[in-house]
Design a protein around this ligand. Sequence first.
Ligand code: PLP
Length: 445
Amino acid sequence: MGVASPVGLTPGGCAASHAAMRSRLLQRNLRVDPPLALTGQGMFIHDSNGRAVIDGSGGAAVACLGHGHPRVLEAMRAQMDRLSYAHTALYSCEPAEQLADLVLEGEPGGLTHLYLCSSGSEGVEAALKLARQYFVEIGQPNRRKFIARRQSYHGNTLGALAAGGNMMRRAIYQPILSDAFHHVSPCYAYRDRRDDESDAQYVARLAAELEAEFQTLGPDTVAAFIAEPVVGATLGCVAALPGYFQAVRAICDRHGALLILDEVMSGMGRTGTMHAWEQEGVPPDIQVVAKGLGGGYQPIGGIMIGGRIIEALRDGSGGFMHGHTYQAHPIASAAALAVQQVIREEGLLDNVRAMGALLEQRLTERLGNHRHVGDIRGRGLFWCAEFVADRASKAVFDPALKLNERIKREAYERGLACYPMAGTIDGKRGDHVILSPPYIATAAD
Ligand code: PLP
């Protein structure tokens, strides 16, 4: 299908007749042909409806430099001229080596190596498999279980889906998901801290629940605990309370389990520090990154790995029993290298913090007293409004209203692309909208 004959011109979620469906691409929604995104420049996407839409969420917190950044495009072109692909069984490549050096340079948490893949889900799969392999290498093959959190999202491939606690996404695949994954409560103060509890008491309750889960499973059977430092898609920009990740780290250390932090959405500067965990002061053993690594210019993700894991592999079997045809892809690596250089050289983390403070202020001013906004929360340029039918009871809207689809459509009609998520993941979670604009955003944007 050519660009000259655009398919249905309705944004996702609008009713449209089946007969009018033209696209032969398996879209997310088979009942709606979305408009075609034709060109992108800076903060804007121009589409086949003739609209210029501000990319207010950078897709799903992906496009951290916006669209068409000349330096990234030039780096990709130059790499294409030099080399498009070489298999990693025989070769490494310059941009991937340089990317590893840059990302790990001055890394404050003792992470010494980078593995590169093509998406966040692949990164999570790699993290889970590496954790398992690490324990086999050091003579603890009993460690085969993972603890994750309900209301988390770690990706859509089977291992990542099994790790995640997003029941809506898991439901039909449940019978084919591994039983190695177990779930505890997230740290979600807005809804789950009791009125008679202080923050510290709530954190202590969550820590006790995690400790109890270790005891139930058998502490020496657990390979790792995996969590998002700031929960993205499932809850909407929920950071943990102070002390939570310290408590988690202490429990993992006490039982000899690894800590995997999934920073696919919250990492690479999104929350105002290069890594979201820096604000908790708790480095992981394995960190998953993706979206902000390549800013959407190429599909790329990765894991950053602590020294003791690398040493165990080096002293043991000698390599990671895992790999993909497109790992450390030269053009993807060149794009990500340029993205990371721009973030650092242009001091964009300062802008993330400054524009994030402004976004918080504007959201609070405009929506803070709205009778259907229960909570506004976030960090850096990663902000969310949670919608409720009633502020006092925090009751959620009836899912049949499809509030997220309505918000998406209304925002689009007004020239804003945003990232709304359906609520009621376990029957009581609210609808929310994430705003995560590119790091180049200005006050005028
Ligand atoms: N982990 C987190 C925290 C995510 O937010 C996502 C995607 O939204 C993933 C993993 C999966 O990444 P991908 O869609 O690139 O496979």
